[in-house]
Design a binder for this molecule. Structure first.
Ligand code: NA7
Length: 563
C-alpha cells in the first residue's frame, strides 16, 4: 500500500525551473514562509531538464538569459557562448540553487496530480503521484509554457519497430544516429536546430516539412574575454535595457520604420542584421510586426536568402514557399539549417505536395511512397501554455475544475490569477507576456509581484486573494486587442493560438502588449489597492474598490508590440 504523508506549508510551488527556484528563494528567504517545491524531474532545470535534443540551445543571448535580481549572482557566473545550451543552463541553475541553498526544499521525482481548494479552511490540498499530500495557503504554478510534448496522432506509431523520440522529452543518455535512416517531423525552432546536428552523423535524414519557416543565422560563438569583461562591468546597464525593452532582450528595437529607408538602405539594414544574427533581426525596424507591407520586405529578404543558400531549386522553392509573415510565428534562429539541405544525405519531404498517411513498422507512408526509417524524431512542439495546467486536476471554489473555467480558452487577470481560484498564482500563465519575451524577465517580474502581494496579505491579515471576474474579462479583451494590433493572430497554424493541438480552443494566449507596458500595468494595479483582485478575511471582502484602471482599455494604445 502506498504511504500517505500529509504536509502543511505556507506555499507550495510546482516546478523547479527558473520560476520555481526564484519563487522559493523570495518566499522562503524574504518572507520566511514554509515553502515546498514539487518537481516531476529527477533534478532541477524545468524545460531544460527535458529539452536535451540534438542542437538544443536557447535563442536568448546568455548574458540576458539569467537572473538579474542579484548583482552578486550575475557577476559570479560567466557564460561561455553567445547562446547557452541545456547543459550550461542547468549548470547555471545548479550554481544558483547551491548559492541560495534551494535544493533542501525541493521534492524531486514527484508530480502534482491534483490541487483542490478547500473553501472551509481557505487552503489548497495538493496530491501527488507518490501518495503524499500537501495542505498549503498559497499554491504557485511555475510549470513553464512549453513543457507538454505534443506527439501527433499519426496512425501506426505503435507498430513502428524502430526507436522514436519527441525532442521535448529527449533521453538523458546519448542517442546515436550513426548509420541510421532518420525521419524528422517538424520544422519549428526545434526542428531547425536539430536537423543539422542529426544530419552530421545520420546515414540519411528525411525532414518532413508541413509549414516552411523563416530562420536567421544564430551566429553562435564562444564569448570573448572582452565581452565577458563587458558583461561583468555593466550589470546595471544590461539590466536597465532588458527591463525597459518590450521583449526583455538585451537590445533595443529600432525606432525607424521600414519605409523611412530607401530600398537600398533597407537591404543594407537587413544584410547587417543577417550578419549579426539572432532574434535581433526582428528588431531591425519598429513596424515589422504590425504592418504587413513592412513585414513583406523582411519576408522577401529572408526568402531570397534561402534561395541563395539551397542549391537544389525544387528544395529551395519548398523551403521558401512561406505563407505567413516573418515573426508571425516564433522566429527560429539556426546554425546551418538551410545549408543542411545541400548535403547528399538529407532529403526534404514537402508535406504540401504529399501527405503522411501512416507510420508503418519500417517507416513513414505518404501518398507518394514509403520512406524506410530506423528512427523517427518528433520535433512537433508542445501543448503550450495551458497543457500542463490541464493535465493536473485543479479545482477552485465549489469544486470548479480549471478545465471548465478555461473551456472556451484560458481567462486570467494579468496572467497571474483566474477568478474562482483564490491564492493560486500562475507564473507566466496565459495572458502573461511570457513566450513573447526573453523568459527570465517576465519570470522575475511575476515572482516579485506575487511575493509583494503575499507580503501585503500577511501584513494586513488577508486570507485570500482572487482575481475578480470583471477584471479577468477586461484583461482577456485587452490581450486580444494587443494581439490584434499585430500580425501574430493572422497565422492560422500558430501555437500562440493553440492551433497546433487538435481540439484546443483558438485563443491568442500570450500578452503581446510588451513587458514594459505590462510591468507598468501591474504597478498601477498595486498602487490602486490591488485593483481587480479581491482580498478577503474571514469571508469578508476588504477591497471593494471600483475598477478604474484604464491603462489597458484601448487597443489603439498598442503601438509597439512586445515581441
Ligand atoms: P513548434 O514551433 O510548434 O513547431 C512544431 C513543428 O512541427 C511545426 O513545423 C509543425 O508544423 C510541425 N508539426 C506538428 N504536428 C505535425 C504533424 N502532425 N505533421 C507534420 N508536422 C507537424 O515547436 P518547436 O518545438 O519547434 O518550438 C516550440 C518553442 O520552443 C519555440 O517557439 C521556442 O520558443 C522554443 P506546422 O507549422 O504546425 O504546420
Amino acid at each position: 500500500m502506498m504511504q500517505m504523508t500529509k504536509h502543511t506549508y505556507d506555499a507550495v510551488v510546482i516546478g523547479a525551473g527558473f520560476s520555481g527556484l526564484y519563487q522559493l528563494h523570495t518566499l522562503r528567504d524574504q518572507l520566511n514562509l514554509k515553502v515546498k517545491v514539487i518537481e516531476t524531474g529527477h533534478d532541477l532545470g524545468g524545460t531544460w531538464y527535458w529539452n536535451r535534443y540534438p542542437g538544443a540551445r536557447c535563442d536568448s543571448e546568455s548574458h540576458s538569459y539569467c537572473y538579474m535580481f542579484s548583482e552578486e549572482i550575475y557577476k559570479e557566473w560567466s557564460w561561455s557562448e553567445r547562446y547557452p545550451g541545456p547543459d550550461e543552463i542547468r549548470a547555471y541553475l545548479n550554481f544558483v540553487a547551491t548559492k541560495l541553498d534551494l535544493r533542501k526544499d525541493i521534492q524531486f521525482d514527484t508530480t502534482v496530480t491534483s490541487a483542490h481548494f478547500i473553501e472551509a479552511d481557505n487552503v489548497w490540498e495538493v496530491a501527488t503521484n507518490t501518495g503524499d499530500t500537501y495542505r498549503t495557503t498559497f499554491l504557485i504554478t511555475a510549470i513553464g509554457c512549453i513543457s507538454t510534448a505534443n506527439v501527433p496522432d499519426i496512425p501506426g506509431l505503435s507498430t513502428f519497430k524502430g526507436k522514436w523520440y519527441h525532442t521535448g522529452n529527449w533521453p538523458h543518455e546519448t542517442v546515436s544516429f550513426k548509420g541510421k535512416r532518420v525521419g524528422q517531423i517538424g520544422t519549428g525552432s526545434t526542428g531547425i536546430q536539430a536537423a543539422p546536428v542529426i544530419a552530421d552523423t545520420a546515414e540519411h535524414l528525411y525532414v518532413f516539412q508541413r509549414t516552411p519557416n523563416y530562420s536567421v543565422p544564430a551566429r553562435n560563438a564562444p564569448l570573448t574575454d572582452e565581452f565577458k569583461e563587458y558583461v561583468r562591468n555593466n550589470y546595471g546597464e544590461i539590466k536597465e535595457v532588458v527591463q525597459s525593452t518590450p521583449n526583455g532582450h538585451p537590445f533595443r528595437i529600432s525606432s525607424t520604420k521600414v519605409f523611412d529607408q530607401t530600398e537600398e538602405e533597407r537591404q543594407a539594414t537587413y544584410e547587417a542584421a543577417w550578419d549579426k544574427g539572432g532574434l535581433q533581426f526582428r528588431a531591425s525596424f519598429q513596424d515589422l510586426i504590425v504592418d504587413k507591407k513592412a513585414n513583406d520586405t523582411a519576408a522577401n529578404f529572408l526568402k531570397n536568402k534561402i534561395k541563395s543558400i539551397v542549391v537544389d531549386k525544387e528544395t529551395a522553392e519548398s523551403l521558401s514557399n512561406i505563407d505567413h509573415p516573418y515573426a508571425g510565428k516564433r522566429p527560429p534562429i539556426d546554425t546551418n539549417y538551410f545549408e543542411t539541405f545541400n548535403r547528399d544525405n538529407v532529403t526534404l519531404v514537402d508535406l504540401k505536395k504529399e501527405n503522411i498517411e501512416a507510420i508503418t513498422a519500417t517507416g513513414i507512408q505518404t501518398n507518394a511512397g514509403h520512406i524506410e526509417l530506423d528512427m523517427i524524431v518528433f520535433a512537433t512542439g508542445f501543448d503550450a501554455i495551458t497543457g500542463k495546467f490541464l493535465q493536473m486536476d485543479i479545482r477552485g471554489r465549489q469544486g470548479l475544475p480549471l478545465s471548465d473555467a478555461w473551456k472556451e480558452g484560458p481567462r486570467t487577470y494579468l496572467g497571474l490569477q483566474t477568478p474562482g481560484f483564490p491564492n493560486l498564482f500562475t507564473i507566466t500563465g496565459p495572458g502573461s507576456p511570457s513566450v513573447l519575451c526573453n523568459m527570465p524577465v517576465p519570470i522575475e517580474q511575476h515572482v516579485e509581484w506575487i511575493t509583494d502581494c503575499i507580503e501585503y496579505m500577511r501584513k494586513h491579515n488577508i486570507d485570500t486573494c482572487e482575481a475578480n471576474q470583471e477584471a479577468a474579462d477586461e484583461w482577456v479583451d485587452h490581450v486580444n486587442a494587443a494581439a490584434n494590433a499585430t500580425l501574430l493572430p493572422t497565422v492560422p497554424h500558430s501555437w500562440y493560438l493553440g492551433a497546433n493541438v487538435v481540439g484546443k480552443p483558438r485563443v491568442f494566449m500570450p500578452y503581446a502588449g510588451g513587458m514594459t507596458r505590462y510591468r507598468a500595468i501591474c504597478e498601477d494595479v498595486v498602487a490602486n489597492n490591488y485593483n481587480g483582485f479581491v482580498f478577503a478575511s474571514d469571508g469578508i471582502e476588504e477591497n471593494t474598490n471600483n475598477r478604474t484602471n484604464d491603462k489597458f482599455a484601448a487597443a489603439e494604445k498598442i503601438q509597439s508590440p512586445g515581441i
